[in-house]
Design a protein around this ligand. Sequence first.
Ligand SMILES: NC(=O)C1=CN([C@@H]2O[C@H](COP(=O)(O)OP(=O)(O)OC[C@H]3O[C@@H](n4cnc5c(N)ncnc54)[C@H](OP(=O)(O)O)[C@@H]3O)[C@@H](O)[C@H]2O)C=CC1
Ligand SMILES: N[C@@H](CC=O)C(=O)O
Length: 392
Amino acid sequence: MKNLKLGIFGFGCVGQGLYHVLQQSNAINSEIVKICIKDLNKPRPLDKSYFTNQKDDLLQNDDIDVIVELIDDAEAAFSIVSTAMNNGKSVVSANKKMIAEHMEELLALQEKNKVSFLYEASCCASIPIIRNLEEYYDNDLLTSLEGIFNGSTNFILTKLLTGGQTFDEVLKEAQNLGFAESDPTLDVEGIDPKYKLCILLFHAFGLIAKPDDIFNYGISKINTFDINYAQRHNYSIKLISKCRIVDEKIEAYCLPTFLPNDAVLSQTNNEYNAVILETAFAESQLLYGKGAGDKPTGSAVLSDISALNHDYKYEYKKNARNHGKLALCEDFKLRLYVRYNDSTPPLEDFESIEEKYASKQGNFLVGTIQLKHLKHSNWINEASISLIVLNN
Ligand SMILES: NC(=O)C1=CN([C@@H]2O[C@H](COP(=O)(O)OP(=O)(O)OC[C@H]3O[C@@H](n4cnc5c(N)ncnc54)[C@H](OP(=O)(O)O)[C@@H]3O)[C@@H](O)[C@H]2O)C=CC1
Ligand SMILES: N[C@@H](CC=O)C(=O)O
């Protein structure tokens, strides 16, 4: 077995999680050579000699074979990862924003430099979804992939539905536990799970989608009125990311969704994530595990480092096979609950309205709308509007 020499960028939640996991695992032979962080004055649980704030101490260091990128700044991460690959080093990353925004450049860098770039931890943290999509679901029978791809929002929704705490209190708890992004807007507005959806869409179907092309709506406007609606109907509320192939087109979105309490995804609580895959013959399959947190995420990073010991690379076979054949589409229907306090949303945007309710506490309608009308409307951004998908 090789003795991999690691240069780690970032020693926050995930960096420290990886350190603990590496200490406790004897499955791989690796050594941390240096750790690059921003602030040299922060107290650290390791000897000072490990740390530097000079990226070239790692990137230009011939003793380092593998760069492990675990920082919270996507643009700095892209520069680090690009330089590392151009210097012939393999890279492991957990940075979904950077990967979703730069997928094409990252593919070219791997190709040009003949290095490996692995990022299992970027999607649903501890759930081994990317390598499964690459290896096990390497066929044309996968038709859809959906699930809960964000630990912080699932933690918040679980606590809000249980009652007793405000949105801000639960968000703070998710931040203290290390689940939330440094900018938690990425979590609560459904942007972080959309980045993950872009990555998984690529590994599932070979389509590179830009984050801006996929519609997302967050959970920040969900209030007691919506929670009461869910409880009256025996529903949970989950932030669902979904993509599926219909007639060589891909329908994809990330939206809060009411689900019956006995649905599999309703049983996925707190920081747990779940992915449901639909295939032609195996039918429905479920992957479940912690979607955020130090050691669960560190464990996925460890698995990538271990894969490098065996010279593992993603082959992106579906990209080669489906290149140019599939495209995102926006003309599909959603059954939607819309809660509003002030003015009624423009009813002409809807194909049909099946229920309209008004009271002193709040108003809602249930209707069917095409994604293209929803995505391009302005009224959905009003502070008093909340959107939640209702499954049939
Ligand atoms: N937290 C989680 O549960 C998960 C996080 N991720 C992803 O992992 C990555 C890291 O997240 P997390 O550990 O939570 O973040 P933290 O905020 O806890 O830690 C970030 C670390 O990055 C360092 N850093 C920031 N910018 C630079 C830079 N330019 N050069 C060197 N070091 C830098 C910081 O240094 P300093 O210590 O000096 O401030 C800090 O050590 C992110 O991309 C995140 O999206 C993925 C899955 C799960
Ligand atoms: N902020 C993210 C961390 C893991 O990707 C989340 O809450 O899921």
